[in-house]
Design a protein around this ligand. Sequence first.
Ligand code: ADP
Ligand code: ASP
Ligand code: MG
Length: 421
Amino acid sequence: MTLIVQKYGGSSVADAESIKRVAKRIVETRKAGNEVVVAVSAMGDTTDELIDLANQVSPIPDPRELDMLLTTGERISMALLAMAIRDMGFEARSYTGSQAGMITDARHGSARIVDVTPGRVREALDAGAIAIVAGFQGFNRDSRDITTLGRGGSDTTAVALAAALGADVCEIYTDVDGVFTADPRIVPKARKLDRVTSEEMLELAAAGAKVLYIRAVEYARRHGVTLHVRSSFNNNEGTWVVNPVEGETVEEPIITGVAGDLSEAKITVVGVPDVPGKAAEIFTIVAKTGANIDMIVQNVSAAATGLTDISFTLPKADGEKVLAALRVAQPDAGFASLQYDDQIGKLAVVGAGMRTSAGVSAALFRSLSEAGINIEMISTSEIRISVVTRADTLPQAMRVVHAAFGLDGDADAVVYAGTGR
Ligand code: ADP
Ligand code: ASP
Ligand code: MG
């Protein structure tokens, strides 16, 4: 028997009607003779609404209690989905993350899966039932507490279940037809990709393409899980995330996609003494906060003063924490002041073909300059170039760059649901 893991995102189960529609799809898959395991997200924007609610009660919610709160969202959708399937005459059983054996480390808000023991899920399948698992949540054995896997984490739940159960495929159902050359909400002329390599998908996800959560892509690659991203609103073939076999020559476009990210901020440490060891000192302070730093730029120091400025980008969510740590260290580190800028946008172009192709940076910079968009920071990897712009110019920048690299399709992409939140 073929075992299929299906993940339905929040926009696919936003209301009672959608839940019944999804239940029907699941039943069709079961009727076709497959074993079916489902990972489901919270309905619509429930998770965001719960976070807003928590912030109204507490400016910095306790991480343990926040996870306790947020995991209720997925509990609602899993139970409703199981009910709807039962009404269609099929046996379905819902399980929380801990019941389904999603064992994680203890990091509230961004826990990592360390083990999956899906005994109860397997039993349900053996009994002929459809298993519905709450996405995004796990359980830590030491603290015996409930954890969450980070925003978008239901994708990881699905992939981890697929790996542990030896599923034939992991289908990620969402509100667009698959992975596109850019977010179709921002770039209407974006085109659906029939396939994307996991390497490129990792770069796109890291650069803000939230259609797949980066950790889910990593997990799938590590465990050899086949991923198929598709729409829950039709039966069209979506995008296959593939791992090209070593030595296989696939025709690689120079640019596969464009991604944008508005979730980062920039900190500038002004007036840093330009002597060996200063960067190490500053970034040790930053590292101790646990914040993930992305781009770093150090200016040439002014000869007269021997002082330089160092700027770096980081998630806005970590901004306050890092500023506070730097302020404490300021007298010792000896820099003059700190600047915080949360109005930046980050644009990235990604493509495996970049490795063997010159002039991509020049083409990128030219297209931005022709549109009058200023570049504030630049960083590159083997298959990605990222630039920082003003936040309000990011959407236009994405459209301009998408067109400049010849990625525009003939028709406008369809977005079936969701608020884009
Ligand atoms: P779900 O609720 O199904 O998990 P998400 O909102 O997490 O859905 O992800 C789907 C959304 O990701 C799409 O509606 C789209 O706006 C956005 N997105 C960003 N980049 C891309 C891309 N390259 N391809 C497709 N969708 C993208
Ligand atoms: N509900 C969670 C979120 O909104 C997990 C997910 O949807 O993947 O982040
Ligand atoms: Mg998602």
